[in-house]
Design a protein around this ligand. Structure first.
Ligand SMILES: [Mg+2]
Length: 335
């Protein structure tokens, strides 16, 4: 849980209008892609430079270490679209992520349920952490990056499944009167999307959701980019999922690992924070507007994420080719 996340459990505490303000801040609806860069924007860019501009520095920092990639899905690999069921990633992005996984262990970490995010990405060679990391599974055929043959599978909140199902049904019914609200059952959590809800109706929607939440003190409510999230109160988040996956890959107490986490949402902040605390690797926030973040660097949108991932692949390919050539020269020299 980050301190940026407004938490409301048991229906009490935070006022509805401050919730709406906070929802607005994390869900910009009218983005002007830097028509002129404001002083705020430029000082933010100094603190969180573009990962493309300082690509060489990133590479130098990772020298001799194993890069492990963590990627959020919505707003990172796919654009935020009105209908969450249509948040498809492009074929070019899929091809890029496929190449990336050839060179680095790669995990998708999403708020969506694992099956759904897998159906969007459709790459069997990746690790998937769905429901904000509460449902983790490694590649079914095993991974070339993982020592041992034991597969990776972990569900942090299985006992909450019946409650989540129930709250999902109640929310569907209660939010019916708010046009555009969509309730998504993400197995271990529920998302109430407000991408298509008129801003004037946000207060009504948050009141409906809060009324339901009063009955479920074991669940907590947070919000992200155009989405309200209902999750079990257990201490598990995308940051914990990142740590779990690093351990599964054999990098628990390893100094030679360099995790890179790319995400656009408040829930990704938990992972950015873990990387800061570990002092290993770094987070990249995908955002066109300045936001309070624990990420070190920034990228503006999924198309820039794709360029960054391609450059990583290119760099790795060149490094391997150079190493191969040197090895051959040394062998020839020895003969
Ligand atoms: Mg996202």
């Amino acid at each position: 849980m980050t301190n940026q996340n407004v938490v409301m459990s048991n229906g009490g505490g935070a006022r509805t209008d401050s919730w709406v303000d906070s929802m607005r801040a994390s869900s910009p609806t009218r983005i002007h892609p830097f028509p002129s860069i404001s002083p705020d924007q430029s000082s933010w860019m100094v603190r969180h430079p573009s990962a493309l501009d300082i690509f060489d520095e990133i590479i130098n920092a990772s020298k001799g270490k194993q890069i492990v990639m963590f990627l959020d899905y919505d707003g990172t690999l796919s654009p935020i679209v009105d209908d969450p069921d249509c948040a498809f990633m492009s074929d070019a992005m899929r091809a890029t992520v496929r190449k990336l996984a050839r060179y680095f262990p790669t995990a998708i970490v999403s708020g969506r349920c694992r099956d759904k995010v897998y159906n969007f990405v459709r790459l069997a060679e990746l690790y998937y952490a769905g429901s904000h990391g509460m449902d983790i599974k490694g590649p079914s055929k095993g991974s070339k990056y993982k020592k041992g043959t034991k597969g990776v599978f972990f569900q942090a909140a299985s006992e909450f499944l019946p409650m989540i199902d129930e709250v999902c049904k109640v929310l569907l019914e209660k939010t019916q009167s708010t046009p555009g609200a969509t309730v998504e059952n993400n197995k271990f959590c529920v998302s109430v999307h407000f991408r298509r809800v008129d801003e004037k109706k946000w207060i009504e929607l948050i009141q409906q959701v809060k009324a339901v939440m009063k009955e479920y003190p074991q669940l907590r409510l947070t919000h992200g980019r155009k989405v309200l999230e209902i999750r079990p109160t257990i201490k598990w988040d995308k940051g914990k999922a990142l740590q779990f996956l690093l351990e599964s890959l054999g990098y628990a107490n390893c100094a030679d690992v360099f995790p890179i986490y790319i995400g656009d949402d408040r829930t990704d902040e938990d992972a950015f924070k873990v990387l800061r605390e570990r002092g290993q690797g770094f987070g990249i926030l995908v955002s066109k507007v300045p936001k309070e973040t624990n990420a070190s660097y920034s990228l503006q949108e999924p198309s820039e994420v794709m360029v960054f991932l391609r450059r990583l692949v290119q760099w790795k390919k060149m490094t391997l080719r150079r190493q191969f050539r040197m090895k051959r020269q040394l062998e020839e020299f020895a003969i």
